[in-house]
Design a protein around this ligand. Structure first.
Ligand code: FES
Length: 162
């Protein structure tokens, strides 16, 4: 019976069935290099996180200082046009501003002037209009405060306190 294997197989006797096996040494080298690479990337990310600066919040005019009557409120956007906020002036003239996004499931809170509350209509949550602290309903985190300064005749937003 004639051998039907090609002649090159005799010249290059590679055992293909064992070709996919990886030696222990190769596996250990792969794991060591892979772990080292991951550790290096983590150190780099930590370094960037510790040394990088957060972008400064913009300074933006919100309204004229006398534009909001005592007991009233005003909607605005800060720090970007995608961030709805609410400014509230109580009966004594004190001004506070907060993100309008409810910390429960992100519905928009509205001002209830009678009891100085920011109310969320979605699940009956409410927040203090002075501190932004949750008062009732499912929210457990306070609303981010928008820092408002009076500059001349204007009210200006200068930052966000999370
Ligand atoms: S989204 Fe505001 S209480 Fe649920």
């Amino acid at each position: 019976m004639a051998d039907d294997r090609p002649r090159w197989r005799e010249d290059f006797p590679v055992r293909w069935d064992e070709d996919h096996y990886m030696t222990r040494r190769e596996l250990a080298k792969f794991l060591t290099l892979g772990s080292g690479l991951l550790a290096s990337v983590n150190v780099l990310i930590a370094f960037i996180g510790l040394t990088g600066r957060a972008p400064a919040a913009p300074v933006r005019r919100i309204a004229a200082a006398d534009e909001v009557a005592p007991g009233g409120s005003l909607l605005f956007r800060y720090p970007s046009d995608d961030d709805p906020c609410i400014l509230v002036r109580d009966a004594a003239g004190r001004i506070d501003a907060f993100s309008q996004v409810c910390t429960h499931l992100s519905c928009a809170v509205v001002h209830r002037p009678g009891d100085d509350v920011l109310a969320c209509p979605c699940h009956k949550g409410s927040f203090s209009a002075r501190e932004g602290l949750p008062l009732a309903g499912p929210p457990t985190r306070r609303l981010p405060r928008i820092v408002i300064e009076r500059r001349g005749a204007d009210l200006v937003a200068t930052g966000v306190e999370v």
